[in-house]
Design a protein. Structure first.
Length: 154
């Protein structure tokens, strides 16, 4: 009978891992702009894709154990291992996969940095509804604007 060593994690080959999946609010003008920047970049590892899923799309299947409202309220990333990350941890996982953003992921490893990033993100979330209203005014008038949750508390 073969057993795995107790202190060593089981390694999954890259070809069997999931893509890093960014779960974002496509109805939010701030989110759309930021995701547009990320989409224009090629991942650092060509065999490790980054996918983007607009959770404001009512037809999108959600990760098990989550609600659309929960996913719209904060930034989420499903890691390559399937773990759902939220807030600063989600940003750090995405930034680690992208050129020109990796330095922020590395900065997040400094003791206390991820904690500070999370607190800053929570502060941003308080201002998000007001910033969304401002950003909507900057959108072209012919842009289709979903309204199902644009004024929802974040």
């Amino acid at each position: 009978m073969m057993t795995e060593p107790v202190n060593e994690p089981v390694k999954v080959p890259a070809k069997d891992s999931l893509p890093l999946t960014v779960l974002y609010d496509g109805a939010c003008p701030l989110c759309r702009r930021e995701i547009g920047i990320y989409r224009g970049l090629q991942p650092l590892q060509s065999d490790a894709p980054v996918c983007f899923a607009d959770v404001s799309d009512e037809t999108l299947a959600l990760p098990p154990g989550t609600t659309r409202q929960q996913l719209l309220a904060r930034f989420h990333v499903r890691g390559r291992d399937g773990e759902l990350l939220s807030g600063a941890q989600a940003f750090l996982a995405l930034w680690a996969a992208l050129p020109r953003w990796r330095w922020l992921a590395l900065a997040g490893r400094v003791p206390g940095a991820a904690w500070l990033m999370e607190r800053t993100y929570r502060l941003f979330l308080r201002w998000r509804p007001a910033l969304q209203r401002w950003a909507f005014r900057l959108d072209p008038p012919d842009l289709d604007r979903p309204s199902s949750h644009d004024n929802a508390p974040r």
